[in-house]
Design a protein around this ligand. Structure first.
Ligand code: DAT
Ligand code: MG
Length: 138
């Protein structure tokens, strides 16, 4: 593993439920470094670029609408193997089946009828981390 940077987003549900501090605590406790952090009200353009790989899927529109529904905390996180490491901390996509001990497993709720409220986003590869960091940070 080498030192990497990843994009973590605390999604609108995490911010609204005052879980930003708890999520940051878990990132820091694992030993990762917070390099940059900001509160963002994301535009449709930014979200469309961020989720381009999902365009056309049935959950795409509700996902983008949910991400537009409130402020997001965007964090540039650095650390050894942090891309895989943060995804491990986050747990699997669906909070219902995410393992206890993970952010989504401990704090996530069942998916609603339409929106995907699973608290966090983490980049899934070196390439997507570079691309996404370029979108969310200058
Ligand atoms: P992840 O966020 O775990 O990387 P992803 O990139 O596959 O998951 O999808 C992006 C988001 O879209 C995810 O956080 C929640 C939503 N989503 C993914 N798959 C879904 C599905 N089958 N039904 C509803 N929402 C879904
Ligand atoms: Mg993803």
């Amino acid at each position: 593993m080498s030192v990497e940077e990843t994009l973590v987003l605390v999604k609108p549900d995490g911010v609204a439920r005052n879980l930003t501090g708890e999520i940051l605590r878990r990132i820091e406790a694992k030993g990762y470094q917070l390099v940059d952090i900001k509160l963002v009200e994301a535009s449709r353009e930014l979200l469309g670029a961020h989720y381009a790989e999902h365009e056309g899927k049935p959950f795409y529109e509700p996902l983008v609408e949910f991400m537009e529904s409130g402020p997001i905390v965007a964090i540039r996180v650095a650390g050894n193997g942090v891309i895989e490491g943060f995804r491990s901390l986050a747990g699997t996509t669906n909070p219902t089946s995410a393992a206890p001990g993970t952010i989504r497993g401990d704090l996530g709720r069942d998916w609603g009828l339409k929106v995907q409220q699973n608290l966090v986003h983490g980049s899934d590869s070196v390439e997507s981390a570079q691309r996404e960091l370029g979108l969310w940070f200058d």
